[in-house]
Design a protein around this ligand. Structure first.
Ligand SMILES: *Cc1c(COP(=O)(O)O)cnc(C)c1O
Length: 371
């Protein structure tokens, strides 16, 4: 008998699946979800609209999700001023699936994808799982610096000449947004790479931080991906999307499975988009909480990294893994992203923030007395 391990595709042998812990803890600040529930007015609209389509579930959904694309384009136009049309929009079950569609269409065997590490862990995973060779680029020659160095990004783009480049702005897990000049320079450094700007956290950016959507006109290889998981407080709905040239979204239709967005998903997402202001009402509060978390960590003598997102990367831990466990023992789940001496903490409610900071203080004091 041949074992299944031997039968599976060679690149999958011995791999482990994505698995951020889903633990039942009092304070979960590990996956950058919103701590605020979906507002009641939207809950009621969702219930009505799902009931409205339930009897038609005998039919396949609108394969072109036309209404959803119109609403998403309208949201982007209204919030960024970029002249985005419905033909430029693509959507899928979470932006992870959107990113996978890009890699399926433009990556694959014999092709390479370049990213600048540390960044979103799914960029290499999605690339490699789809047969694309991943290149771990550097953000800065000094590994202690987390902002992307434009000269170095251009240099690495020219040296590796990849088919796909992932930029992430604001960057997860380090927190800061990219200057658009870097996006422009990376784009101009290659004439064949698809340049993906993952803007999952863009709604949390500090004032004056522009979206790469404004760069789309005239740049057919540029893609800006977005999600409803973070600012829209809608992670459970699974709705991610992108904006790119109409010809680009046309090519993604070659790799999507037929009817990939269910009638229910489309109804739920459209209901939320009809209440955009209500859905985004907590964003300003979360930004304040994030800034408070940053200040609170600094006051504890830690080294928080400036953030344009709904989380803060915090440095200054002697042993990040031990601190992660000690916080979990106190009911606070944060993320150990594998950067030595750092932990990533999501900005929750002000109460969760206080609990997390109190737990941090207790853990740090205990470490001191143990020394
Ligand atoms: C959370 C996150 C996503 C969102 O993934 P979804 O599949 O839309 O939930 C995408 N990119 C980055 C960088 C993220 O942190």
């Amino acid at each position: 008998m041949t074992s299944l391990q031997e039968l599976v595709r060679p690149e999958l042998r011995g791999q482990t699946p994505y698995g951020a812990p889903q633990l039942d803890v009092p304070v979960a600040l590990n996956t950058n979800e919103s701590s605020y529930p979906v507002p009641q007015v939207v809950v009621e609209q969702i219930a009505r609209d799902v009931a409205g389509v339930a009897s038609s579930l005998n039919r396949y959904p609108d394969r072109e999700f036309a209404r959803l694309r119109e609403l998403l384009a309208g949201y982007l136009r209204r919030t960024t001023g970029a002249p985005v049309t419905a033909q430029q929009i693509w959507a899928a079950n979470g932006s992870n699936e959107v990113l996978q569609h890009i890699v399926q269409a433009f990556g694959g065997a014999g092709r390479t994808a370049l990213g600048f590490t540390p960044s979103y862990s799914m960029h290499p995973l999605i690339s490699e799982r789809n047969g694309t060779t991943w290149i771990d680029g550097l953000r800065d020659a000094d590994p202690a610096k987390f902002d992307l160095d434009g000269d170095l990004a251009v240099e690495q783009t020219r040296a590796h000449d990849p088919e796909v480049i992932f930029l992430c702005s604001p960057n997860n897990p380090t927190g800061t947004a990219l200057d658009l000049s870097i996006v422009r320079r990376v784009y101009d450094a290659t004439d064949r790479a698809i340049v993906v700007v993952d803007e999952a956290y863009t709604e949390f950016s500090r004032a004056g931080t522009p979206s790469a959507l404004s760069l789309l006109p005239g740049r057919d290889r540029l893609v800006v991906s977005r999600t409803m998981s973070k600012a829209f407080a809608f992670a459970g709905a699974r709705l991610g999307y992108l904006a790119a040239a109409p010809e680009f979204t046309q090519l993604l239709r070659l790799v999507r499975l037929p009817y990939h967005l269910s009638t229910v998903t489309q109804a739920v997402a459209c209901a939320a988009l009809e209440h955009t202001d209500t859905m985004l009402a907590m964003v300003d509060k979360i930004k304040t909480t994030r800034d408070d978390l940053l200040a609170g960590c600094a006051a504890l003598g830690l080294q928080p990294v400036p953030s344009d997102a709904n989380f803060v990367l915090v440095g200054g831990f002697d042993d990040a893994a031990a601190t992660w466990q000690a916080l979990l023992d106190r009911g606070v789940l944060v993320r150990d992203v594998g950067i030595p001496h750092h932990l990533r903490i999501t900005a929750g409610t002000p109460e969760e923030n206080d609990t997390a900071l109190r737990a941090l203080r207790a853990v740090l004091e205990k470490e001191l007395t143990n020394e």
